[in-house]
Write a protein that binds this ligand. Structure first.
Ligand code: UDP
Length: 234
């Protein structure tokens, strides 16, 4: 018998017999705008579990420590039990989404260098944007932990850019989260999927990510399916 430890918008976390592990179930619900827009997609759990497993496997093989242990079935994986650091770590290579809006920039503008951005993970506050000093001053992370997180995030960006480019997709931006193990090690956690990345087709700039849902462009699951197909067959 597994106990539900936590239920988020896209996943459920259950306890495992081994206390160091958690059982992660990927749900079919899609949400946007802090939960205001909602829809169920039949294949979403399977697709995001499969894509995340593939990506975390790739990152582990490239030497990035993650919480991922194994994919156990279509919708579920076993991960290391970590305490999530309440930061949404965002890396941007190209202007899109909230960055375009906030600074009045055209979507698609290539940035002179990757932008490392932090939001304080708090649904009630709408995940407000914070800077490095806020993160340290508010005791969310230490200076050293933040330096490590930034280094890892930029390294993950390089690895993912290369990975997606092989599938003819440009990694525009993405969000990651880190967790702390009981030995106080910081490792990559949560998921990496078309829910958490912006992926544009090289050349056409066609969207293959959650913006299809956010902006009512249709073909949401078809796009996620195509991402998976390209990551596995090309
Ligand atoms: N993102 C995410 N979860 C969030 C907010 C953002 O996964 O709660 C991802 C989003 O998919 C995009 C990147 O982080 O790849 C940057 O998102 P942005 O700040 O532009 O916000 P959005 O326009 O997605 O609200």
């Amino acid at each position: 018998m597994m106990n539900l430890l936590y239920e988020g918008k896209a996943k459920q976390l259950y306890s495992c017999e081994e206390p160091d592990k958690v059982y992660v179930h990927y749900k079919n619900s899609a949400t946007a705008f802090n939960g205001i827009k909602k829809e169920e997609f039949e294949k979403k759990g399977v697709l995001n579990n499969t894509i995340t497993s593939l990506i975390f496997n790739y990152l582990e093989n490239a030497g990035v420590r993650t919480h991922f242990i194994e994919k156990v079935n279509d919708t579920d994986q076993i991960c290391q039990h970590v305490t999530i650091i309440p930061l949404e770590v965002i890396i941007r290579n190209i202007v899109a989404g909230s960055m375009a809006k906030k600074y009045g920039l055209p979507e698609g503008q290539v940035l002179a260098k990757p932008v490392f951005e932090l939001s304080y993970k708090n649904d009630a506050l709408g995940d407000p944007l914070i800077n490095d000093d806020h993160a340290v001053a508010l005791h969310i992370v230490t200076e050293d932990e933040l330096a490590f997180i930034k280094f890892q995030a930029l390294r993950i960006n390089m690895l993912l850019q290369e990975f997606f480019l092989k599938a003819n997709l440009t990694l525009v931006d993405f969000k990651i989260e880190f967790g702390k193990t009981k030995n106080n090690q910081i490792i990559l956690a949560d998921e990496i999927s078309p829910d958490t990345c912006r992926l544009w087709e090289v050349g056409t700039q066609e969207k293959f990510d959650k913006d299809r849902f956010r902006r009512d462009l249709g073909g949401v699951m078809e796009a996620y399916e195509e991402v998976l197909r390209r990551l596995t067959h090309e």
